[in-house]
Design a protein around this ligand. Structure first.
Ligand SMILES: [Zn+2]
Ligand SMILES: [Zn+2]
Length: 147
């Protein structure tokens, strides 16, 4: 009998592999966020989490998703930043200087409002602070987390 933690181990290892290969950004912090980049249900299928539509299997799927979210959102979990990003659709640099001037060479991007390290996520079409636990600012708002 495989338990929730074993499924979560398998899925988290798979997610880490995908981050290393550039299929996912290291910034993902919830199971739900995975859907922004890939079909997250594939992780459940690959780990052979049982699912037949019955309430008992739905409970297991939800518990596994919650456990994966708990691991992805752990305080020690690394996130991507300039020089340490594997995701090709993140741009952690900017060619615009502090006074709006064009720079000769791109530099690490900082939020133009609060100065925190930031990036542009081409998949999500939005700017984000690198640190997922950083407070939102005037320029950068995270969407409400799914309830
Ligand atoms: Zn990145
Ligand atoms: Zn900011």
């Amino acid at each position: 009998m495989t338990d929730v933690h074993t499924y979560a181990d398998l899925i988290t290892a798979e997610i880490d592999g995908d981050i290393a290969e550039g299929a996912l950004p290291a910034r993902v912090r919830t199971f739900g966020e995975l859907h922004d980049y890939v079909d997250a249900n594939d992780y459940l299928i690959a780990a052979q989490v049982p699912y037949d539509g019955t309430p008992a299997t739905i409970d297991v799927v939800v518990a596994v998703q919650d456990e994966v979210t708990r691991r992805l959102s752990g305080p020690g979990r690394p996130y991507c930043t300039y020089g340490a990003c594997t995701y090709p659709r993140h741009d952690h640099t900017t060619s615009i200087g502090a006074d709006g001037e064009d720079l000769q060479a791109p530099v690490p991007m900082r939020c133009r409002h609060c100065q925190q390290p930031s990036h542009y996520d081409e998949k999500l079409h939005r700017y984000r602070h690198d640190d997922p636990s950083a407070a939102d600012c005037f320029l950068i708002h995270e969407p409400n987390p799914p309830s």
